[in-house]
Design a protein around this ligand. Structure first.
Ligand SMILES: [Zn+2]
Ligand SMILES: [Zn+2]
Length: 344
């Protein structure tokens, strides 16, 4: 089967590899019908997150179950499914507390050794461990481009807002208007935010954020703290969501949040980032960080999507054949599009 593999920083290749086979009784094999290219794939593509050459990339996927072990009871062969970007054991202490993203046996699709060497989903077929927890049936009528967001970026935006403890009537600043940031804008509105600010330096992304009802703040052209302050009686936002994963974005999030406010970090940090701890201390900021608990959130996110209350439209994906993945990665790397779907 064909798969998209990491070659070296700045390059992916289409490779031929053996078809996956069931290894455990709760595994499933999914024939992939659509696989997303995600911002976190770019961390690997750019060499920030080290991966073995030849490793299959990707962790956003929709497809059909073509094989399932005896212990798989929640989905069946023939079901159209989507999956979460992580596979978790369901049995350890963290899983039993519902804190699946802290699972002792967590594996992440398409990340290489750091993710537990679980091959990715930008391929014709993918092996899915712990299928009862990892996979969900796609609600009838939900298109691929919408459904595959539920297992990753939309659930991450949802998590960022939930983890921040945003209360209806509060204000929320989202740093980074990529896919996760735009999902966070939608989720903050849904949670009752009185105002949502989207901070980015890429104008087309800010334009999408505006279309979602956010106040756009051009990082670089504006003093972000002053711009958010102008709409919050000088206080700053009650909540700041960091959806980039860079030291600069983290500093911005800490600067635009009010005294006693919460900074919720869902951007993937791959290296140390300094924060002005004196400022965090004096201003009494609360900082929460970590991988989104997507296994816990995915059913609620799907329900919101099926009800039309969360929509993928603003993230309208370009669709290209899997064979064009090398060019698609290059285009995504140049930020020419918010989302790309590969069709095997
Ligand atoms: Zn992702
Ligand atoms: Zn576990």
């Amino acid at each position: 089967m064909r798969a998209v593999a990491f070659e070296r920083p700045g390059s992916v290749a289409i490779v031929d590899r053996p078809e996956p086979e069931l290894l455990a009784s709760d595994d499933a094999v999914v024939r992939i019908e659509a696989a997303g290219i995600c911002g976190s794939d770019l961390h690997i593509y750019r060499g920030r997150v080290p991966t073995q050459p030849g490793f299959t990339l990707g962790h956003e996927y929709v497809g059909t179950v073509v094989a399932a072990g005896d212990a798989v009871s929640r989905v069946r062969v023939g079901d159209r499914v989507l999956g979460t970007f992580m596979a978790v054991c369901g049995a350890c202490g963290a899983c039993r507390r519902g804190e699946f993203s802290l699972c002792g046996g967590i594996r992440l699709f398409g990340l290489g050794p750091l993710g537990g060497c679980l091959q990715g989903t930008q391929a014709e077929l993918a092996l899915v461990p712990h299928a009862n927890l990892t996979l969900r049936r796609v609600p009838p009528g939900l298109p691929d481009a919408t459904a595959l967001l539920a297992g990753d970026v939309m659930a991450t935006g949802y998590h960022a807002v939930l983890a921040a403890g945003l209360v209806a009537g509060e204000t929320c600043a989202v740093v980074g208007a990529g896919a996760v940031g735009l999902c966070a804008v939608m989720c903050a509105h849904l949670a009752g935010a009185a105002a949502v600010f989207a901070i980015d330096s890429v104008e087309p992304r800010l334009e999408i954020a505006r279309s979602l009802g956010a106040v756009a703040v051009h990082h670089g052209e504006h003093d972000c703290r002053r711009a958010v302050g102008a709409h919050t009686s000088g206080r700053g936002a009650d909540v700041a969501i960091e959806a980039v994963g860079s030291p600069d974005a983290l500093r911005t999030a800490c600067r635009v949040v009010r005294k006693g406010g919460t900074v919720s970090i869902v951007g993937v940090h791959a290296e140390p980032a300094a924060v002005a701890m004196d400022d965090v201390f004096i201003r009494g900021l609360r900082i929460v960080a970590g991988l989104a608990n997507v296994v816990a959130h995915v059913d609620r996110v799907l329900a919101l999507m099926a009800a039309g209350r969360l929509q993928a439209g603003p993230l309208a994906a370009d669709e290209v054949p899997l064979a064009q993945a090398p060019e698609a990665y290059a285009r995504f790397d140049r930020r020419e599009t918010a989302k790309i779907l590969l069709r095997p």
